[in-house]
Design a protein around this ligand. Structure first.
Ligand code: ADP
Length: 257
């Protein structure tokens, strides 16, 4: 019946989209854990039963992400950079020229030409600073859910200058700031700005789009406080699509015939 499935087996979350006529009909994510293929197949089963389909209604499955090779049920695999590029080019209707993707454990900048082809690409996967894992650790130390970081940082007037860019040092810096009684709101705003500066640095002048739009995607792009800090640092509008954690899974389906 013309359905396609895109599976993004990421370092932190497995994301699945069910697609018909290049539109997302169903999506879901689960945390990455051992037995990734079984977890992914559970998602497929969930989509089939919740959408009232039969397994035979699924024409093709494409897998991407760091665990893509583990997915023997997928007839096709595609690398996550190409999947991200194709997904955002399509979803932005060709307007996107720069993608900033923040994943659980890495940070990528992808530049596209007007046809959606990859013109340049940079990745920071050596250090967890600025990634989802960095925010998760900060959330634990601050005893504050990540989902409320956006609201919290709005309450602070001025971001606190954080000196540490390394996760390990940032952790001890946060602990000592809390001990001094610095409000959590200011620390969170400071974290957003420190990550935004890191992204701006990775982006560099050369990668800032001269035309077209800049898009943020990946799980942490759902944090409005980070988006605001990034726009402040870049002095540019940064766009976030609905469901920005699923762009890569969707893009994988575009690589199917
Ligand atoms: P990967 O592909 O590497 O698994 P994702 O793009 O799926 O990475 O992003 C995973 C990260 O997204 C996690 O580290 C998680 O903390 C973060 N995340 C998920 N939902 C939210 C949210 N609502 N606000 C902020 N961060 C989020």
């Amino acid at each position: 019946m013309g359905y396609k499935i895109g599976l993004d087996l990421g370092s932190t979350a497995i994301k699945m989209v069910l697609v018909k006529n290049n539109e997302i009909a169903w999506s879901r994510k689960v945390p990455t854990a051992p037995g990734q293929e079984a977890l992914a197949l559970e998602l497929v089963k969930g989509a089939v039963s919740e959408c009232g389909l039969k397994e035979s209604d699924i024409d093709q499955i494409a897998a991407t992400g760091y665990g893509k090779k583990l997915m023997s049920a997928a007839g096709h695999t595609v690398d996550e950079i190409s999947a991200n590029a194709q997904g955002l080019h399509w979803l932005s209707e060709g307007r996107c020229r720069t993608i900033i993707n923040i994943g659980g454990q890495d940070l990528k900048v992808i530049n596209l030409n007007e046809n959606g082809r990859i013109a340049d690409f940079k990745m920071n996967d050596k250090c967890a600073a600025g990634t989802g894992r960095f925010f998760e650790q900060a959330a634990r130390i601050l005893d504050t859910p990540l989902e409320s970081f956006g609201e919290m940082s709005k309450l602070a007037d001025e971001p606190l200058e954080l000196n540490s860019t390394c996760v390990v040092f940032a952790e001890s810096e946060i602990v000592s700031l809390l001990a001094k009684g610095v409000p959590k709101e200011r620390i969170i705003k400071g974290l957003h700005h420190s990550v935004a500066r890191r992204i701006t640095h990775l982006l560099g002048n050369r990668n800032t789009p001269k035309s077209g739009d800049i898009y943020l995607d990946g799980g942490p792009s759902q944090n409005p406080g980070l988006l605001e800090a990034l726009e402040d640092e870049l002095l540019m509008e940064v766009k976030v699509l609905p469901n920005p954690q699923f762009t890569v899974a969707f893009g994988a389906t575009l690589s199917l015939n």
